[in-house]
Design a protein around this ligand. Structure first.
Ligand SMILES: [Zn+2]
Length: 128
């Protein structure tokens, strides 16, 4: 009664047929003794898939190692900065440096004032 052969319809499905052909080719290669070709291809495919994952993992590790989250020594505003990179506080604008995982002011407070006082005292005491 049914004129359409189910086998013919199944073969017309190109996607499944292509997959079956690849599988048959793989079995043929293994049986012939070229298993290393398939293995090499699988290893290459694995390397291609794994390399970006490892790269991303290393990048994440590096970022976590160099990313410093601390409070600003001037206004206690908490923000993140990179290790060894000068950054300015987004709240008060103070230029800060990361040292031992902590934010530090590049110019310690009071240093310039003390120097100026010393120079002016010396000039006043000069006998000339
Ligand atoms: Zn600040």
């Amino acid at each position: 009664m049914n004129n359409y052969s189910p086998k013919l319809l199944w073969l017309n499905n190109s996607g499944l047929g292509c997959l079956l052909n690849l599988l048959l080719l793989a079995i043929l290669l293994v049986s012939v003794g070229l298993g290393w070709v398939v293995n090499g291809f699988l290893i290459l495919l694995g390397v291609i898939l794994i390399t970006p994952v490892i790269g991303l993992w290393v990048l994440r590790w590096w970022v976590q190692r160099n990313l410093v989250e601390d409070q600003c020594p001037v206004c206690s505003y908490e923000f993140t900065g990179f290790n060894g990179v000068e950054s300015s506080c987004p709240n008060c604008g103070e230029t800060l440096q990361v040292k031992n995982g902590k934010f530090q002011r590049i110019t310690p407070p009071g240093t310039i004032d003390v120097e100026v006082v010393d120079v002016s005292v010396k000039q006043l005491d000069d006998p000339d």
